[in-house]
Design a protein around this ligand. Structure first.
Ligand code: NDX
Length: 253
């Protein structure tokens, strides 16, 4: 373990992520934005574009600032590539997804919570890879790295494509809901979420680290639950909702 690495924040942050994920599943309440926001007349909100930009920015900016602060500190090439994948995801989410979203306005209180979450997670993943991880150069040819990176790319592709399908269901300024069609939406209601979960499982495999595993677990809990609530919403709203379509895992659940 490198001398600069403090194990306690890494363990505490990973445990917090895992516990938060488990609590979300246990209580099973929908997160109150998007379809599940209810009436937005009683809560202070911001446009979806501004809200997604602000809340996701720390996940990109915190690791980048940490890197600039300590250039090269205990930071070998495989760790550079792995942190690059994390930052690439959040570069897209912050600067591309936010810019194009046609989502409903977002409650400010949830934006604040999302901001804190992204700050904490950006710090945890960045801290681990910059100060704690030690990958030999042979890690590039390790099956965990290769399979993990492939899964990450596959998941990111599914996630971006599915979010694109959702976006095209609305004209600019519209806030109606329609049945998503095409891509993995043919099989599941939470196709974008399935893509994101695959992505973070791949990242956990490629980094072989506790913080990444905890984040994959959190994503599975949060997004799996959200997929369940979306599925229930569709069944309630659309009488002609496709019967073959499952919640999150094609043909199974
Ligand atoms: N941000 C992760 N809980 C979240 C922000 C909110 O990156 O305090 C988790 C993330 C945070 C959350 C974050 C963590 C938990 C928090 C929560 C706020 C409260 C909660 C902090 C940080 C909390 C407690 C109290 C327990 C601690 O109008 P609209 O918005 O519905 O429109 C949607 C549209 N759309 C449709 N349009 C037409 N017809 C249809 N049928 C449509 N269906 C959807 O598509 C949106 O514009 C768009 C996508 O909507 P949706 O609902 O499918 O996805 P969404 O949840 O908005 O996520 C967007 C993307 C997606 O790719 C997803 O994978 C990714 O972001 N994401 C989201 C959340 C978390 C996360 C990834 C992760 O954990 N990895």
């Amino acid at each position: 373990m490198p001398v600069h690495c403090q194990q306690n924040p890494v363990l505490a942050g990973s445990a917090a992520l895992a516990i938060l994920g488990a609590l979300l599943l246990y209580f099973g309440e929908p997160s109150g934005y998007g379809k599940h926001a209810g009436s937005l007349t009683t809560v202070t909100h911001l446009s979806a574009r501004t809200a997604w930009f602000l809340q996701e920015l720390p996940s990109f900016a915190v690791p980048v600032v940490m890197l600039l602060w300590q250039p090269g500190a205990l930071f070998g090439p495989p760790a550079t590539v792995l942190l690059g994948l994390f930052c690439a995801h959040y570069f897209h989410r912050t600067f591309v997804y936010s810019f194009f979203t046609r989502g409903r306005p977002f409650p400010i209180v949830l934006l604040f919570k999302g901001f804190v979450f992204c700050m904490g997670n950006g710090f945890l993943q960045g801290y681990y890879l910059i100060y704690c991880a030690e990958y030999p150069v042979e890690w590039y040819t390790d099956i965990r790295f290769i399979l993990g990176v492939l899964l990450f790319i596959l998941g990111m592709g599914i996630n971006i494509h599915s979010d694109y399908i959702l976006r095209r269901l609305r004209k600019p300024g519209e806030v109606i809901y329609k049945i998503p069609e095409g891509g993995l939406f043919t099989y599941v209601s939470g196709a974008n979420f399935l893509g994101e979960i695959i992505e973070w499982i791949g990242y956990a495999l490629a980094t072989w680290s506790l913080p990444a595993l905890a984040f994959a677990f959190f994503s599975f809990c949060f997004l799996g639950l959200r997929a369940f609530h979306h599925h229930r919403f569709y069944l309630k709203i659309f009488e002609d909702y496709p019967k073959i379509r499952k919640v999150l895992i094609p043909f199974i659940f």
